[in-house]
Design a protein around this ligand. Structure first.
Ligand code: SF4
Ligand code: SF4
Length: 428
């Protein structure tokens, strides 16, 4: 057993209100520069929706992550650094600027120097690419307006004329927010893709970084990352990505996105894992077994054998204690946190507590939100957000682990409501 430490994050999706404070503060800290106007190391996308960059989850199209060969080995879907030079030059799987979104600013001149008129002046959005007024734009939150009914919207954009069938479709509409940063994967395909050896995973805390001096701008990392969380700086000609705010982490501060999160939904911490078993776990045969395989390599920080191996591997004593105090291992152990797209086989280390969306009380038929465990459990398959949709995101389509996570969340919610009601009664 080779014990290593990994800085990880878990986000509780029920708490995300889509305010984008995390994205804006991250941008101010890291990508408020020429060449990376379109870049959001942290983005918050609307689900269902096509994401940022658009359709990044279509791995056949973009070619990221790993595929398992018939012999049980892992192969980069994008070809990677072992491909021939010609293949690198003709790297076809790069998102274009419009797949991200057209960066824009406001024409403040309109606001500040407009002549007197009947209407209040408006600062119009203006393209940073063309300098023209923005006409039709797109962003990762365009889907807010569609609420999962994209097809319906296209079929009948004049909502006033909605037929009964269309109305029924809209009543089933749902949405939630999915904040995303680089996953700082245990088996990062971006690192394996880089022909220059510029991308690396730090041994001490697993943070994945780009050495700006080494980067030659091949952009194989952009193709190689299935989450599309490496970006190309058009000014410098180098790749850039989320650094997990390592200068802050090194002095004991949280990442900017965690510190500024309005919903307080980001749990940040160290986990210990068995580095000897990463490749084996990433290559398990069945996609649906990947979640368990990934959980199994995360180690119990209270296990004496793990502590001994961690000390032998020069992991500092205070890091071992930090792993014991961390909520991350506990949330993984209780199986309420799930990785995003484990089927990409990169072993992502930013996990999510799935949203326990409003549960309608089907037991009493009141139509109100389910308040106690009985109503929540009875309606767990009638959540506004379909379990199947969450399973496609977090468990390669396997319903059972999502069902378990939601039931545990429902039980905890019900328990805490009971505790709070008891407290109120005591106070009275
Ligand atoms: Fe690399 Fe981050 Fe993409 Fe994982 S999510 S492959 S660490 S850029
Ligand atoms: Fe969600 Fe927190 Fe970001 Fe707001 S700051 S969008 S609540 S993750």
């Amino acid at each position: 057993m080779k014990v290593m430490a990994q800085m990880s994050m878990i986000m509780n999706l029920d708490k995300c209100i889509g305010c984008h404070t995390c994205s804006v503060t991250c941008k101010q800290a890291w990508t408020n520069r020429t060449g990376v106007e379109y870049v959001w190391f942290n983005n918050v996308e609307t689900r269902p929706g096509v994401g940022y960059p658009r359709t990044y989850e279509d791995q056949e199209k973009w070619g990221g992550g790993w595929v398992r060969t018939k012999r049980g080995r892992l192969k980069l879907r994008s070809g990677g650094r072992l491909s021939k030079l010609a293949r690198i030059f003709s790297n076809p799987k790069l998102p274009e600027i419009h797949d991200y979104y057209e960066p824009w600013t406001y024409d403040y001149d309109m606001l500040l120097n407009a002549p007197k008129g009947q209407q209040t002046p408006v600062a119009r959005p203006k393209s940073l690419l063309t300098g023209e007024d923005m006409k039709i734009s797109w962003s990762a939150n365009w889907d807010d307006d569609l609420g999962g009914s994209l097809e319906t919207m296209q079929d009948d954009p004049i909502l006033k004329k909605m037929s009964e069938e269309v109305k029924a479709e809209f009543e089933k509409a749902f949405m939630f927010y999915l904040p995303r940063i680089c996953e700082h994967c245990l088996n990062p395909s971006c690192v394996a893709s880089c022909p220059s050896g510029a991308m690396y995973k730090r041994a001490e805390d697993g943070i994945v970084l780009v050495d700006q001096d080494q980067c030659r701008g091949w952009r194989m990392c952009v193709s190689g990352c299935p989450y599309k969380k490496v970006y190309f700086n058009h000014r410098t000609g180098k790749a850039e990505k989320c650094t997990m705010c390592y200068p802050r982490i090194e002095v004991g501060l949280p990442t900017v996105c965690s510190e500024t999160c309005v919903g307080r939904l980001r749990y940040l911490g160290i986990v210990l894992y068995d580095a000897d078993r990463v490749a084996q776990a990433a290559a398990v045969e069945d996609d649906k077994a990947l979640l368990r395989a990934q959980r199994d390599i995360i180690l119990d920080p209270f296990d004496p054998a793990v502590i001994e191996a961690a000390r032998a591997g020069d992991i500092p004593e205070d890091w071992i204690e930090a792993a014991q105090r961390s909520p991350i291992w506990k949330l993984m152990q209780y199986q309420v946190a799930l990785p995003l797209h484990p089927e990409y086989r990169t072993m992502p280390m930013v996990w999510y507590i799935p949203p326990l969306s409003p549960v309608v009380d089907v037991v009493t038929g009141s139509g109100n939100d389910g308040e106690d465990a009985r109503t929540l459990f009875a309606a767990i398959d009638k959540l506004r957000i379909p379990i199947g949709y969450l399973a496609e995101l977090f468990t390669a389509g396997d319903i059972a682990p999502v069902d378990l996570a939601l039931r545990r969340l429902a039980a905890m919610r019900s328990y805490m409501r009971g505790v709070n009601l008891d407290d109120e009664r005591d106070e009275r």
